[in-house]
Design a protein around this ligand. Sequence first.
Ligand SMILES: C[S@@+](CC[C@H](N)C(=O)[O-])C[C@H]1O[C@@H](n2cnc3c(N)ncnc32)[C@H](O)[C@@H]1O
Ligand code: SF4
Length: 350
Amino acid sequence: MHLYLHIPFCESKCHYCAFTSLRLKDEKAYMDALLKDLISKKSLFEKEKITTLFIGGGTPSCVKARHFERIFDFLQPFLASKCELTSEANPSSASFNWLKKMKELGLNRLSFGAQSFNEKKLHFLGRIHSSKQIFKAFENALKAGFKNLNIDLIYDTKLDDKKMLEFELKELSKLDFLTHVSAYSLSIEKNTAFAKRPKFKKNAPLLASFFIKELEKLGFKQYEISNFCKKGFKCKHNLAYWQGKNYLACGLSGVSFYENARFYTRPNLKAYIKEPLFRSKELLSKQDLNLEHLFLGLRSCVGIKKARLDESTLQRANLLLEEKKLEFKRGSFFNKNFLLADELVLFLQS
Ligand SMILES: C[S@@+](CC[C@H](N)C(=O)[O-])C[C@H]1O[C@@H](n2cnc3c(N)ncnc32)[C@H](O)[C@@H]1O
Ligand code: SF4
């Protein structure tokens, strides 16, 4: 079983971000509701142990570590022995004490949202921390005992050019203990400060290829369009998403995927706190599921299963195989260049 918990609070709103993130309020009431939500899933956890837990946001490090205590106490009996337990955190709010307490509660993987090491780019993105705070946050995480550490970066903004990316890579290389890098190409999302500023995205595919190659030279192998890791450190939780496995999500805006359906919570904080167990259900058709399998599989090392392709899609996949755009191994087709994933899916579906 894979479990996601959403913490919908942030200290401030970044200009690019469309995730559910609110100013911190009703923290205790929210965490109480989250626990109720989790308890209601007890019979599912009894059937199948939790192999990955991901606490995401928003910013989990906005919430006091003591509020996570009851959550971990409840989950403890249902965690598989080598469970991957990740939390996101921000350099501005994750204090040494927060990190230490979360480590004591059982967290064994940490993902810091840094986005950039350049002060001007941090300001442009609406981040409220400095580059120095990023280094301090990692130092504290190491001191607290974390060994499996990810950093989130954003590139392809209008401020990015080869020089900027070389700077990002130079700073990144100082964090030689990192096991994982998530490097996201900026996307301009609806209802964000950047929404009316499409030119804030650079759209430079050659720069993206350059960044990816250089990340690989630092020892981070790309295994999904935005994800890179040292050997043996793929994020098992994200892999489960891309493999189309069932996962449960608790917390405001947490979307579960279970037995070919998606489940949505009440849409705002007040309503979620009042009715944390409520879910609306969206049943996915075979066509929806197959399309998702194509997108997720070709953007990642997961690949697409031959057995799931209809006759015409299979014919086109074989054409891509002849053109050496795809590889075929163990009953699945694999993409050799994740940056081309969307175009390949369009071709397969045409
Ligand atoms: C759910 S956010 C939470 C991370 C954490 N709150 C933080 O910002 O430090 C996860 C990551 O998604 C990425 N992200 C969010 N919005 C994005 C966008 N519009 N374009 C590219 N990456 C984005 C950022 O790298 C961010 O760190
Ligand atoms: S990027 Fe992170 S800190 Fe910024 S608004 Fe989104 S969730 Fe909050």
